[in-house]
Write a new protein. Structure first.
Length: 195
């Protein structure tokens, strides 16, 4: 299998994989419809690669060259979804706190407190039935190839401190840069990888 650029028709399956295999985090708590719209936006505006078996997406990686303002741009371009989203969660203070934390996350993930906006790996998932086939490493390679074409020298990823994914990143030459608290009470690690 080789990894290829995602197309708009892949967004729903990508959203399903995200929801199933990234069970924690603010985005995973949102509706499948919301995640589908987010990945459709990322496919058309950012970097998303997929691996397919028998025409079905079994893994994906999503990245962004500039995360500053990314979520705000997504919400502006999906105003009807934003209104429905806000109305659905109108009385949830916890929801609004986490939404603000997510929108301000790029400012918290600067390297050495310098206001730089380096590319970011936003999410990577391989269907559990297809783990151990090297798809994760292959997806990383595709993202890195694309970032190098754009003259990026490094990129970052944020991972919850308790997640098994930490081993994947350290095994793939990511260096832990610092600990951050994106959501109150939840420690995450900011990793950086040189290209």
């Amino acid at each position: 299998m080789k990894c290829i650029r995602a197309i708009e028709q892949d967004s729903l399956r990508i959203a399903q994989l995200h929801k199933e295999f990234i069970p924690t985090g603010f985005l995973s708590q949102q509706s499948l419809n919301f995640l589908n719209a987010l990945y459709l936006f990322l496919i058309t505006h950012e970097i998303v690669f997929v691996i397919k078996e028998n025409e079905k997406v079994v893994g994906f990686i999503a990245g962004s060259l500039h995360t500053g303002g990314l979520y705000k741009q997504f919400l502006k371009s999906n105003l009807p979804l934003l209104i429905k989203f806000a109305l659905t969660n109108l009385f949830s203070i916890d929801f609004f706190k986490k939404a603000v934390e997510t929108l301000t996350a790029p400012k918290k993930t600067t390297i050495d407190e310098i206001e730089t906006d380096i590319p970011e790996l936003l999410s990577i998932v391989v269907d559990g039935k297809h783990e151990g086939k090297g798809y994760g490493k292959q997806l990383l390679g595709c993202l890195e190839w694309e970032l190098e074409k754009c003259n990026a020298e490094e990129y970052k990823v944020v991972v919850g401190s308790q997640m098994e994914a930490n081993r994947f990143y350290t095994n793939n030459c990511f260096e832990k840069s610092k600990e951050i608290e994106l959501h109150k009470g939840a420690v995450s690690y900011l990793y950086v990888k040189k290209l």
